[in-house]
Design a protein around this ligand. Sequence first.
Ligand SMILES: [Zn+2]
Length: 300
Amino acid sequence: MTLLALSMEHVQYLLDRKSAGRLKRKYLNVLQGDKEADEEVWYQQARQYRLDGWSFAGGVGTDGGPYRIIRRLLTLRDDGLLGSGLNWVHLLKQTQLRWAPVLTAMQRGIQRSIGAEDFKITYDSSTPYQEAGKRERFVEAPALGPSLVGWHFKYHKFPTTFGVATAAVPLSLATATCTAQKCTMCQSQGSHLDAPLLSPIAQLLTIQDLLERKGNLITRRGSVLADEVLINHNVFTVVEGIIRANEAVFSATPNAPQELIDAAGMVADICNRQSWHTTLTYHRTFLEKAVAYRPSKNVL
Ligand SMILES: [Zn+2]
């Protein structure tokens, strides 16, 4: 049995339970297909099964870039498969600053064109969790302005050496550098953190609070508290960054790169058209550059 047939069998099971009034949660039908031909085969099958919306995976979603996402969204719209009970589209593997305003432009464009304000595009990513939980890395709060430099999330290694764990003077997580009396790391490297941790939880704690295992031969000095604080910090900082990226483009006084303001305008224009293929194809390269999209070989 193919993956497609297997998936549709599962979807049919959910639909049977839904019609029996036994589904308490919302379910999205996943659209797959890294290659465009596979995407089309999958779509022609999947479109016959109406759950509560659609989830764009692999090449249909983030891996396929904004051109393919918009093409799929507008195809769904034109086929009458968005809105009224199908008001939710979710993207997998997605939390990037340059994408955020472009995705908001897509959401607003669809909302306007089908007259459904409750239509939502959501997205998620495991990166903020994995960077902290697996690699003890924390994210720096991005500085967002009119230059594209800085419009990406930068992760740094959290210091866990014996010297830091046993430092006589506790070092606040909210400052990267000692001001008055410099610690040994500041003396030798100029700072004790690659960036300050400015999330609400991190501002209350010191580096030493998180390094509870002080032994000389310990391989992982960060405690369970350290994992939880770094994960919380990463999730907060990423979500807050995504909100700021949207505000930078869509506020009354935008303070964002012109490329992103233009890209949002193009998406609005494309979604506004009944005949949109030519305009979308015309803007394809611009939109892909705006979000720094580079296709991997499995989607070509
Ligand atoms: Zn220092």
